[in-house]
Design a protein around this ligand. Structure first.
Ligand code: ADP
Ligand code: MG
Length: 725
């Protein structure tokens, strides 16, 4: 008998076991059992030679009629020809340089042949060239095995055809001890799930598609539970640490700030604000993801949370993905706080605080001052980029970490900041993202965070219209794009022109992932090429500015400030303007080589316009032909401005693998059956179940098989990957 941990060579013979290990990373009985069929072929797909069509990959069971070998006429080498018969028709097979083949393919023997159907000669006869074969030799058992109503089709390799894997599994099942079931009986009963043993047997051996579907559902639960348990335990670990409690205080900065707000908060901002306020007051760390459309007003929500923390005598840090954004946050928080943000300066309010900006490109003196202010507690709010983490900045009493635009930060970076709190406490964490995340992705990739969303935009937002400009089909439209910019500028507005690449000597683009290479290998358009062309051509006379990641930090800042101040009409930039940049007077966003950007990136970029009183216009310039994936993405972006709808559509357009990435990659473990698109309900239920389990049994000591499952399906690397997208 054999158990799941047994090495395969004990069960199936060393040669095949070695191939499985080398080519599919399948080493133990358990690995093989989790090597699920990719699909199932009806028996009909297996046989009749009469129904073969050229180009198909087929598997045929047939009897050998003849097999002969002869030298080739024009070239060196030999050719072997065989004829097989399936009971009603014959089919020719051709092999090369297999002189011993006639000794193997002896007339009368039965075998399975797999290969691609080709045509040859004037008669356009069908044949299989160099098919793989498996002798059945009147082995009734094997024959039965391959004439089942449903044949499982396994992920295979050249040396390990699907049928070999099928035969190995058959041998395994003959000796398999019933494996311990990781899912507790109660859970199985509640969700009506098969036992692991029954599910594995059905998924590999059943002849009934309905039965297989039931088995797959059970096996998807294994995968969903592995992911959700990992996340639930991570949530639990964070939650169990003590947090710096930051209760609300009457008459503090938060209250004073609210009284001076120039607008009314939206209902969503108020609700989320209440929730954050309660969680900040708690004795365990808040760990929350705030999703909100571009321009939905997340910053003010974060600021109000920070002020509550300041009122409790602690500090808050705001982490931004780029220097541009960090500097902009510093400016806008200072503006919003007014006198309350100028502690130590003349005329500041009594309970005022100080805002320190800390970025990599700061002059040494300012940097030293900022670090001092953070360490002494003089700065209540510290704003910065990754430099914050790298510089080992210390805080007097860190209460809250706000991470803006989550998709640029990984879990290690959040953890690095968490570790900055004093007395072994773990600060509250608020992560904000404007990239709407489909529910299932939020539950898996960001599953260690509680999720809130701001779904409405503040009043007074202007609509944005989006148009695809297909310069491949309509080259003259490009001229109209530039004319449109000139018109907007003439009426006092400003524009962005975004390119995928910086130019100069850069080999790669700044951020834009080249998605499909549909532009025939042409280098993507570059800021440093386009800007002078525009300046001397269609946009002559307008004030152009250039912004990209290779500019020194202070220059970036100067450019951004002149654009904000209206001293630059058109900003030619890379995706550095993607996130958070807020210039309400900008109304046109032109994106060049738009097919090179992903859906959420395009949505982000588009969100830079329509932020003021004037309607926004987004022009997606592309030479991708209609019907290509790149063009489909652009059409999707043009079709809706609802980020949540777009996120869902994006998930459908992209292969899921892009989202789950490492989680689904790898051959032995990882997620094989679970689909973020189709299994949303199951994932939600698993999340709940995992949460309950972890609450009563945080270390899973009573559920060792479950702990094993999570560890097996999600090795460390994959577990790390969760929340890193
Ligand atoms: P995002 O969610 O994209 O980060 P911001 O926080 O940058 O959005 O907000 C965009 C703009 O909307 C800012 O200028 C901000 O002052 C303004 N704003 C925020 N909340 C409101 C509101 N309730 N009413 C009117 N304007 C608001
Ligand atoms: Mg923002």
């Amino acid at each position: 008998m054999a158990g799941v941990d047994d090495s395969l060579d004990r069960v199936i013979g060393a040669k095949t076991a070695k191939l499985l290990a080398e080519q599919l990373d399948v080493r133990t009985v358990g690995d093989l059992l989790r090597h699920y069929p990719r699909r199932y072929a009806d028996q009909g797909q297996l046989t009749p030679i009469a129904s073969l069509t050229p180009g198909e990959d087929v598997t045929v069971v047939a009897e050998i009629r003849s097999c002969s070998s002869r030298p080739m006429q024009q070239r060196k080498g030999t050719i072997q020809q065989a004829v097989i018969f399936d009971g009603s028709r014959t089919l020719n097979l051709t092999f090369f340089n297999q002189q011993r083949l006639p000794k193997v393919l002896v007339p009368g023997r039965q075998a399975l042949f797999a290969g691609r159907v080709t045509v040859y000669g004037k008669q356009r006869a069908l044949q299989l060239t160099h098919p793989r074969y498996q002798l059945l030799d009147g082995d009734a058992d094997k024959l039965a095995e391959f004439s089942r109503a449903l044949i499982p089709v396994y992920p295979a390799t050249k040396d390990l055809p699907s049928w070999t894997i099928q035969l190995c599994l058959r041998q395994v099942f003959d000796v398999l001890d019933e494996p311990a079931d990781p899912l507790p009986a109660q859970l199985r009963a509640l969700h009506r799930l098969l036992t692991l043993d029954a599910a594995l047997r059905a998924v590999h051996r059943s002849d009934d598609r309905a039965e297989i579907a039931v088995a797959q559902r059970r096996l998807k639960w294994d995968e969903a539970m592995a992911v959700q348990l990992t996340l639930a335990r991570r949530r639990q670990q964070v939650m169990r640490r003590p947090a710096p409690a930051c209760p609300r205080r009457d008459g503090g900065l938060a209250a004073a700030f609210d009284a001076t707000l120039p607008f009314t908060l939206t209902a969503g901002q108020r609700q989320v604000g209440e929730l954050l306020s309660d969680e900040l007051a708690g004795a365990h760390p808040m760990n929350r993801l705030l999703q909100g459309e571009v321009g939905s007003g997340k910053t003010v929500v974060a600021l109000r949370a920070m002020l509550q923390v300041l009122d409790a005598g602690r500090q808050a840090v705001l982490l931004a993905p780029t220097e541009v954004l960090a500097a902009q946050h510093a400016r806008s928080l200072r503006a919003m706080l007014g006198d309350y943000g100028r502690a130590g300066e003349l005329g500041s309010a009594e309970q005022a605080t100080r805002i320190a900006l800390l970025t990599g490109s700061l002059p040494a003196r300012s940097r030293k001052q900022a670090l001092l202010d953070a360490a002494s507690g003089a700065a209540g709010i510290v704003i910065g980029t990754h430099a914050l983490i790298q510089d080992r900045v210390s805080f007097a009493d860190l209460g809250l970490v706000v991470v803006d635009e989550q998709h640029r930060f990984g879990v290690e970076q959040r953890d690095a900041l968490r570790a900055r709190a004093v007395d072994g406490t773990s600060p509250h964490v608020l992560v904000m993202t404007a990239t709407p995340i489909p529910r299932t992705v939020a539950m898996t990739v960001y599953g260690d965070l509680e999720v809130s969303a701001l779904r409405e935009l503040p009043l007074g937002r202007s609509p944005i219209s989006t148009t695809v400009v297909p310069v491949g089909e309509k080259p003259c439209w490009l001229e109209r794009v530039w004319r449109r910019i000139a018109e907007e500028v003439a009426s006092g507005r400003q524009a962005y022109v975004v390119c995928p690449r910086i130019g100069g000597d850069d080999a790669a683009g700044e951020d834009a992932a080249s998605e499909d290479g549909e532009d025939g290998g042409r280098a993507p358009l570059a800021v440093l090429d386009l800007a002078p062309q525009l300046e001397q051509g269609p946009l002559a006379g307008l004030r152009l500015g250039v912004l990209h990641g290779r500019l020194p930090g202070n220059e970036k800042d100067v450019v951004m400030q002149s654009f904000t101040a209206g001293e630059i009409d058109v900003l030619v930039a890379t995706t550095v303007v993607e996130v958070g940049v807020d210039v309400p007077n900008a109304t046109v966003m032109v994106i060049m080589d738009a097919q090179r950007f992903g859906v959420s990136q395009l949505h982000q970029l588009r969100g830079r316009v329509g932020r003021g009183a004037h309607p926004g216009l987004c022009l997606l310039v592309t030479d991708s032909p209609e019907g290509t994936p790149g063009r489909e993405r652009l059409d999707a972006v043009a079709a809706t401005t609802d980020g949540f709808e777009l996120a869902q559509r994006d998930l459908e357009l992209r292969r899921e693998g892009d989202v789950l990435g490492a989680l689904q990659s790898g051959r032995r473990s990882g997620l094989k059956l679970l689909s973020l698109l189709r299994d949303a309900d199951l994932i939600g239920q698993a999340r709940q179940a995992a949460q309950q389990l972890v609450e009563t049994d945080p270390e899973l000591t009573e559920h060792p098989a479950l702990a094993r499952l999570a560890a097996d399906l999600l090795d460390d690397q994959r577990a790390q990957f969760l929340q890193k997208v």
